[in-house]
Write a protein that binds this ligand. Sequence first.
Ligand SMILES: C[S@@+](CC[C@H](N)C(=O)[O-])C[C@H]1O[C@@H](n2cnc3c(N)ncnc32)[C@H](O)[C@@H]1O
Length: 478
Amino acid sequence: MVRPQPARKRLGQYYTPPDLVDLLVERTFADIDAAGDWAAWLPTRPVRVLDPACGDGRLLERVRVELHLRGYSVDAVGCDLDADALATVTHPRTRTFHANALEHDWGDQRFDIVIGNPPYLSQMAKETTRGGSSKYGGGPYADAAAEFLALAVELADADHGRVSLVLPQSILASRDAGPIRRRVDEQADIVWSWWAADQRWFDAGVYVCVLGLRRPAAGRSAPMAWTRVVTDVLGIPELDPSTLTTSGTIGDRGELNANFRDEYYALVPAVGEDIDGPPLVTSGLIDPAHCMWGERRVKFNKQFFQRPRVDLSQLEGRFVDWANRKLVPKVLVANQTRVVEAVADPEGAWLPGVPVTTITPTGSGGDGDAEQVSRTVFEIEAVLCSPVASAICWHLGGGTGLSARSVRLTPSVLADVPWPAGDLAAAVDACRRGAVVEAGRAVLDAYGCDDATADALLTWWIPGLPTGGRSDDATAGV
Ligand SMILES: C[S@@+](CC[C@H](N)C(=O)[O-])C[C@H]1O[C@@H](n2cnc3c(N)ncnc32)[C@H](O)[C@@H]1O
């Protein structure tokens, strides 16, 4: 039964397509087979299986078939908030019950396999928000799917229980799901995962991943970084920051912040083409160590501009202060890209568009040593336009981008990029000549990166640059 769109959205009712049902169940069983865990459950009782948001019960049915093939009997339990959906569960021996799984009292019930594709329910939308609270410690913007993940892990038998869930990929790195990731890490190991770049499986229009977990979490020195679900598939080299020679982080060098919707709307009446005022530099105009203002057309408020400027006299109220605070020496970072694209504005001449993250070095507001501030601006540009920064940002934020192949460069992700302990003069010099690859190599030296890691990082990073490294060839030819 397919409900009208508003009800589907409110319930997160987007059923799992058959190919994904197969994948989820086959991978779950392959893991149990490979671990030889059947022996632990052997038939003193049926295998207990739960889908806490079962819809029409398709996952439970597929698990039932797989268990029967192996000669096991099944106790299948399906819960759903929608009684009409439960009425479509066909197998007579599936025990269904009508409840809100997140509020239901599960007592001491535990299951060998918890499988599902829970409702995601974005907390940014009015129809689907739960109003901020999280039973499992998540932040107010953690999707309901994160709550279901915590519930599923709790309901899996602490001895060998498996959890296999289809989840929105944002679960891997979003800030508000962080406490739930940490909670899950204490109880279970991610033993397999699946993620397909560029493939949207649901008409809900969300990128998804699949996580397979096993309880208990045991015998490991550190839990797997969740973003590896994405970075391994994309071939982003692993990078252990403790192998680098570092001195604090970018966050220690200045203040990071991003513009939001309010700034956007404040800019709308003030932006024009042949007017006086500072250039408006949007994300699309930021290339690594190069600003494309005047060279590339850009769209702002549904209009194209070749040379957008901001008439400061059109800004009102607090946005006048905002503009003054931004018109200082700084670095601008494009918001969603394959590799980090940052550009220095040592004169403080540009106004950043929305969404652009800015990094303003300490002392930039006129109260510091101007030469030192300018040096720091160029150093931040060089560090960010390096393969190390790009890899670290992916490992911190992979899965949060609007497209599968871009990473969202929020102030908090950028602030955590470690600062290299070595000298950055060569890197700054190369950046200022537009030789981004040469600068990247110099920053790797400043981090004391070993040759194998440096080669792996460069091999991944260079093709991701907007120029694919060709601007360096041009520079070398001059
Ligand atoms: C993405 S669908 C998945 C259904 C099925 N498991 C599948 O794989 O096709 C999510 C289901 O969760 C149900 N649901 C939404 N909120 C729920 C809640 N709080 N407790 C239990 N079920 C819920 C919806 O009615 C819907 O059937």
